[in-house]
Write a protein that binds this ligand. Structure first.
Ligand code: SAM
Length: 233
């Protein structure tokens, strides 16, 4: 009997487990302000995107989370598989401090956090997975290209890069996202790009790229990219 290989990015998503994990993560933060942020973040990053992230990120090995914020997604993926070792990096000292406390409270030994600027971050080692959620539209296009080149160089041959970002269509969803970005990150420049442009850029670094867009309760134009080293090179 022939068995069909699962299509990692396209197959339907099972939502059974996530809510309990999300509640636990939210409650591990002291500050009510951070808890409210986490609540809002898990509302925006809908649970099916989390489930997809868990599916796409290797179940074992070394995983780097660039721009990890309060560490929500590193914590989630660390809970999901003890054979993963997560390393989260963020510019904000305050967010990194909160992420460390949270990991300690949840007794998670397979996750650690570091304060650093990804524009200057000297990635050491090789990684089985690198992911970044809603970070790349916050960095200049030149820094974004440098970042992609560094990641490519530091991925193991079977390693994957997962990017969750937003896209430019429809324009009114992009406008909504712009307002949300200004509200959550303070007045800031953002560089949104179409799915086609992002795909082209990733391919130019030698990645084989698949993407999936998500509808959400909020008008947020989510897109997830699954990138592997191209066999064609
Ligand atoms: C929209 S938040 C996303 C946080 C997290 N990935 C999440 O999905 O909850 C963007 C994060 O990127 C971080 N950030 C922005 N520029 C950065 C840089 N140059 N280096 C490292 N982190 C950066 C911010 O501090 C913030 O935590």
């Amino acid at each position: 009997m022939t068995q069909t290989q699962p299509d990692l990015i396209e197959d339907p998503i099972d939502l059974a487990l996530a809510s309990e994990h999300l509640r636990e993560i939210r409650q591990s933060y002291d500050s009510q302000v951070i808890r409210s942020y986490v609540w809002a973040r898990f509302l925006i990053i809908h649970v099916d995107i989390l489930e997809l992230l868990d599916r796409l990120v290797p179940k074992r090995g070394k995983i780097l989370d660039m721009g990890c914020g309060f560490g929500l997604f590193s914590l989630f993926l660390a809970m999901r598989s003890p054979e993963r070792t997560l390393h989260g990096v963020d510019l904000s000292e305050k967010r990194i401090r909160a992420a460390r406390v949270s990991a300690e409270r949840m007794h998670l030994k397979n996750v650690q956090f570091e304060q650093a600027d990804i524009r200057e971050y000297a990635v050491s080692d090789k990684w089985d997975g690198v992911f970044t959620l809603d970070l790349l539209h916050h960095v200049l296009p030149q820094s974004r290209r440098e970042f992609l080149s560094t990641v490519k160089e530091h991925l193991n041959p079977e390693g994957v890069l997962i990017i969750k970002d937003i896209t430019t269509k429809p324009w009114w969803k992009m406008a909504f996202t712009w307002l949300l970005d200004q509200a959550m990150a303070g007045p800031c420049h953002v560089w949104y790009q179409s799915v086609e442009r992002q795909t082209e850029e990733l391919e130019s670094f030698g990645f084989e790229v698949r993407s999936r867009s998500f509808r959400d309760r909020l008008p947020y134009p989510h897109v997830v990219f699954h990138c592997r080293s191209s066999k064609k090179q």
